[in-house]
Ligand binder design. Structure first.
Ligand code: SF4
Length: 283
C-alpha cells in the first residue's frame, strides 16, 4: 500500500475564516488541533512556531486556538517538535499532548512509544499525531539562498512559503515570486533523499495539499482516534468535506508521488550502500 494503511480518504477544508486566512491549503492541521483542545482530547499541542519571524521554526506549546493560529502555515525547515513533546510533558506538565510533524518525525515518535528508552512516561501522554505530507525539507541556508539569491527577496519580507505544481513559491510585500522545483534539488537535507514516506503513514491523521483543489487539503484518517476526531470536527461544522473521488487530481496523483518517493529513496539507498556509506535499511 503506497499510502500506508488508512480508513478513509477525503478532500477537506476548515470552514472558519480565521483558520483559512492564516493556514496552509485547507487548514486541516490547525482545525483538528483547535478542536482537540476545545474537546479536551489534548491539553496542549507542540507546533512549529516562528518566534523570531525569520522562518527558523522552533517548537512551541500551544494551549489555545490563538496560539495554534499564531504558528499556522507550513515552514520548510525542520522544527524539532519531537524534542518539544518532552518539554510539553516535563516543563508544562501536560498529560495529553498532540503535535503536527513530518513523516520522519512521526516514525521517530512511534518508535519511541514502542521502545520508550529515555522518554519513559511520555509516550503514553501523546494523544494526537497529525502528519504532514513531505517530499523534502531544507536547511535554513537553502531557504535563504532561494529567497535572497534566486528570488531577490529578504527572508524577513516573506509572508508565506508554498510548494506546489512544480514550484517553490514565496509571497512577499512585493507580490508572489517563484522558482521551478528543479532548481531547488540538491539543496534539501541529505537524509530526505533516502526517506521513503511521503504521507506520514504512522499518523492518526495525515494531510497535505496534493490531490485536492486549491484551498482544500487531502486527508487520510488512519487510526480510530484519528477517525473520531475528524468526524467530530466535521459534525460540529469546523471542517467541510468532499469525496476524494469527486475532486481533481485526486488520489492518483498522491499515489504517484508517494510511489515515486519510495522508488527514488530505494535507488539512493542502494547507491550509498554500494559506496560503503552507512545507510539505514528501510526496505
Ligand atoms: S522528506 Fe522525509 S526525511 Fe525529509 S523532512 Fe520530509 S519526512 Fe523528513
Amino acid at each position: 500500500m503506497v499510502l500506508g494503511t488508512y480508513k478513509e480518504a477525503l478532500s477537506a477544508r476548515a470552514t472558519d475564516s480565521k483558520i483559512q486566512k492564516v493556514a496552509q491549503d485547507g487548514g486541516i492541521a490547525s482545525a483538528l488541533l483547535i478542536h482537540a483542545l476545545e474537546e479536551g482530547i489534548i491539553e496542549g499541542a507542540v507546533v512549529a512556531g516562528d518566534p523570531n519571524d525569520d522562518w527558523a521554526p522552533y517548537p512551541q506549546v500551544a494551549t489555545n486556538a490563538d496560539e495554534v493560529l499564531q504558528a499556522a502555515g507550513t515552514k520548510y525547515s525542520m522544527s524539532p517538535n519531537v524534542f518539544g513533546i518532552k518539554e510539553a510533558a516535563r516543563q508544562f506538565g501536560l498529560e495529553k499532548i498532540g503535535t503536527v510533524v513530518v513523516p520522519c518525525q512521526m516514525q521517530g515518535i512511534r518508535k519511541a512509544q514502542a521502545y520508550p528508552f529515555s522518554i519513559r512516561f511520555i509516550g503514553d501522554k501523546i494523544k494526537l499525531l497529525i502528519g504532514i505530507f513531505c517530499m523534502e525539507n531544507f536547511p535554513m541556508a537553502s531557504l535563504d539562498t532561494f529567497s535572497e539569491a534566486m528570488m531577490d527577496s529578504s527572508l524577513n519580507d516573506v509572508k508565506k512559503m508554498d510548494i506546489g505544481k512544480g514550484k517553490f513559491r514565496i509571497n512577499t510585500t512585493d507580490g508572489t515570486k517563484d522558482i521551478p522545483l528543479k532548481k531547488t534539488h540538491g539543496y534539501e537535507q541529505s537524509g530526505c533523499n533516502i526517506c521513503n514516506d511521503y504521507v506520514a503513514e504512522w499518523s492518526d491523521v495525515s494531510t497535505g495539499s496534493v490531490g485536492s483543489p486549491d484551498g482544500w487539503s487531502t486527508v487520510l484518517t488512519r487510526t480510530d482516534n484519528g477517525v473520531d476526531l475528524f468526524t467530530s470536527a466535521v459534525d460540529v461544522g469546523l471542517i467541510e468535506t468532499k469525496p476524494i473521488e469527486e475532486v481533481k487530481p485526486g488520489l492518483p496523483l498522491l499515489e504517484k508521488l508517494a510511489k515515486g518517493k519510495k522508488d527514488k529513496s530505494k535507488k539512493e539507498i542502494e547507491r550509498r550502500t554500494k559506496m560503503g556509506i552507512p545507510t539505514p535499511v528501510l526496505y
